[in-house]
Design a protein around this ligand. Sequence first.
Ligand SMILES: Cc1ncc(COP(=O)(O)O)c(C=O)c1O
Length: 461
Amino acid sequence: MTPDEFRAAGSELIEWIAQYMETVEDHRIVPDVKPGEIIAGLPATAPEAPEPFSSIVGDLNDIIMPGVTHWQSPGWFAYFPANTSGPGILGDLVSSGLGQQGMLWATSPAATELEMVVVDWLVDLLGLPPAWRTTGPGGGVIQMSASDATHTALVVARHAKRAGIPSGDMVAYTSSQAHSSIEKGANVAGYGHVRLIAVDDDYAMSPAGLESALVADRAAGLTPAFVGSAVGTTGTTAVDPVRRIGEIARREGIWHHVDAAYAGTAMICEEFRHHQDGLEIVDSYTFNPHKWMFTNFDCNVFYVADREPLIDAMSITPPYLRNRASDSGDVIDYRDWHVPLGRRFRALKLWFVLRSYGAEGIRHHVREHVRLARLLESRVGADDRLEMVAPTPFALVSFRHRSGNDATLALAEAINRSGHSYVTPSQIDDVSFIRVSIGQTSTAERHVEQLWDLIATEARS
Ligand SMILES: Cc1ncc(COP(=O)(O)O)c(C=O)c1O
């Protein structure tokens, strides 16, 4: 493809994406396809001869689009959002166009230094501890996912405890409501034990439960190494008592990691910051701009309070990666901050988003999503057939049908059958409930009203 051909095809595709944005609401959110249907529409072998771009776009429309789930629909209330924005998409496009490999400062100084700047900006914007700036002892790094960040934290915690202790004797703690990435990361990192600590009535981790598990494990000769707390659990956005867990972790000499994958974005508004009280005594923290901060997937930020143990655990330098800048010790080489060597220029899309929206713009949208969640919560609260199952600290509404699990699941199915709204049914213990997560870029009050009308009609008394 010559630059001229690229220009022509690229303009066409920008128009294609713009039209998708304009019409995404008209699509049925979840496609009506059976497993294997997309494969059946595609040739079994790759083409031998070059094909014209127009025929690729034709198949995109005819074969791929009918099998796409419309995460960007304003009626998307499932899981958590993975919201995008024009600036985010364009930043990603520039990143592809530049094709940088930012593993070392020397392999792309701008990729490294822009990343340092945006993660430092976020320290201020989210009210995070100033020591987490890259100019301090800590620092932030962008990677693919919160699961990667948590896995990295688990590896660093294990490494920091290593002296003669087999990893099979090490224990990781988190609440029964924590995201599965903590248990998965602990398994991958070779921890011998994961303890899921009990939660209180609001689904937040019990510090007393953590203390008794620590006592029992120490008595059994095991080595507590890691505790993960959540600011905004996946199930109900419960908030663990970060400061109290942090105090226990300090006393016990174990690594404390905070998972704010979804709710971290809310901290751009001061009124939510009490939920992260105690961060100045944690060891690491992660949040996903690719959930609620209008930055298209993938974009996770991982902070450490002290970067030395992280680099100590991750850095291995073969001769072909040595260079004068790294040897000088004056630069950050982000390859030493996570497992992969190669890295995309993800900071670009975040920079585009932060500058295009401004902090003000992001705050406006976050507050609007929270307002809409409270509106829905008030509707649920006023309906005798329904009840809330958890508080709404951010923009996730968790409710159930009072008639029980079958009625709740039937209601979720009816909502999802509508095609215009999509929610996630979930379960805690033996109680089924419906999660409505409000955070799509173009979700407005009318979409929440449309959802509510559906709920009110479909909830059988
Ligand atoms: C609290 C929490 N932590 C971690 C994750 C995993 O995020 P990722 O897909 O970036 O690994 C999620 C995903 O929803 C989450 O809600």
